[in-house]
Write a protein that binds this ligand. Structure first.
Ligand code: ZN
Length: 383
């Protein structure tokens, strides 16, 4: 049977967290991972994502480990970058967890994921008794600042379409749903006029905005959909009818279709407001101008609960005595972007806590469990 080499998994993790890799400065860890993957017998391909935006690394890593069983490859994905402050991490190994020395983050997000994947590849290679499918390790750049790596991933170079992302905190939580998000910017132009002398000759951009918002479904729209305006900018003095206002907001939904519907509804409310505030001034028709610009940040994740990979993960966990539950996330990660490219990748926790803070820690027991679950799910995969 394949046994987990705990010390080796910890050593790989400690090695990784001591390589600086804040977003956009990922060259070093990139080089380290490419050579480690080659040592493990993988065919390594590096895409050109690095030239699409401002990072010092060449691209995302796609590594192929040939299998000994006939199957499509199973995809394992983690990201290479960390948030700040992530330079000069000095890991402190305690009895049941690993932390930083308190002056930096630890970087378990997502180096715990990278370490697990490297160790899974190594464990598969070392044994000859149990047949395993081909594995494709996908290590992305620059996830933390908006998934720039994944967005520029040369995903056609990846043969598999199913697998697992390791980029979540608690091992007991498997994320199978995540919202699609649209950022929405609105510029409204009214008509300036002296507010003391002739307010009727003006059109208040702020009132246009207020009217539109009063007609709009915001906050909790339905079980799967939320919307919010969080930024308002406009106006300079009290005696001028405000002629320009800028709003910035967002809408999120677990359903791409519902997100499109909500975004269209928001736009329609501004159009209604334009009609409402169009008026004749000195015999001439004045119409407020609205520029409504939605920007798709990332698509939704929707892995069916009866997906084979999900079932394999849950049953592997059960055998280990770990109660893993399928859950929905409120935020976005590489899983969202990859889902837009047609990948089915539930996101398993690696055992870290307090990610993105100086108190970040990796709980060893959960880290080992995440490894065991990942290995078992890979071994069970056949397509
Ligand atoms: Zn992460």
């Amino acid at each position: 049977m394949m046994k987990l080499n705990q010390q080796r998994l910890i050593d790989t993790f400690l090695e990784l967290v001591q390589i600086d890799s804040e977003s956009f400065h990922e060259k070093k860890i990139h080089g380290f991972l490419v050579s480690r993957l080659k040592e493990l017998g993988c065919r390594v391909y590096v895409d050109k994502a690095g030239s699409a935006y401002n990072t010092d690394a060449p691209g995302n890593i796609i590594a192929f480990l040939p299998g000994t069983a006939k199957s499509k490859p199973v995809v394992l994905c983690s990201h290479m970058d960390t948030v700040v402050p992530g330079k000069g991490v000095k890991p402190v190994v305690k009895k049941d967890c690993i932390t930083s020395d308190g002056t930096t983050i630890l970087g378990a997000d997502d180096k715990a994921g990278l370490a697990i994947i490297l160790e899974v590849l190594r464990t598969l290679k070392e044994q000859t008794q149990v047949p395993y499918p081909p594995v494709e390790a996908v290590f992305t750049l620059t996830e933390e600042t908006g998934m720039q790596g994944a967005k520029n991933l040369d995903y056609k170079k990846i043969k598999g379409r199913e697998g697992l992302i390791l980029d979540n905190e608690e091992v007991t939580e498997l994320l199978v749903q995540g919202p699609a998000v649209n950022t929405i910017e609105v510029w409204i132009k009214g008509l300036a006029s002296h507010a003391g002398v002739c307010p009727e000759k003006g059109i208040s951009a702020l009132e246009v905005a207020a009217y539109a918002l009063s007609q709009m479904k915001l906050g909790r729209v339905d079980k799967e959909t939320v919307a919010n305006f969080g930024v308002v900018q406009g106006g300079k003095v009290t005696n001028v009818v405000m002629d320009e206002v800028y709003l910035k907001g967002e809408a999120r939904s677990l359903s791409d279709a519902k997100l499109a519907k909500q975004t269209a509804h928001m736009k329609a409310c501004f159009e209604k407001a334009v009609k409402h505030f169009t008026k004749k001034i000195d015999g001439k028709v004045h119409k407020p101008q609205v520029k409504f610009v939605p920007f798709k940040r990332y698509p939704a994740v929707n892995v069916p609960r009866n997906n084979e990979m999900v079932k394999d993960i849950l049953s592997a966990a059960k055998k280990l005595g770990v109660r893993v539950r399928a859950a929905a996330s409120g935020g976005g990660c590489d899983a969202n972007v990859l889902s837009g490219f047609g990948f089915t990748l539930p996101n398993l926790g690696v055992g870290c806590r307090n990610c993105h803070t100086l108190k970040e820690k990796l709980i060893l027991k959960e880290f080992f469990q995440a490894f065991e679950i990942t290995l078992a799910a890979v071994l069970a995969y056949r397509k």
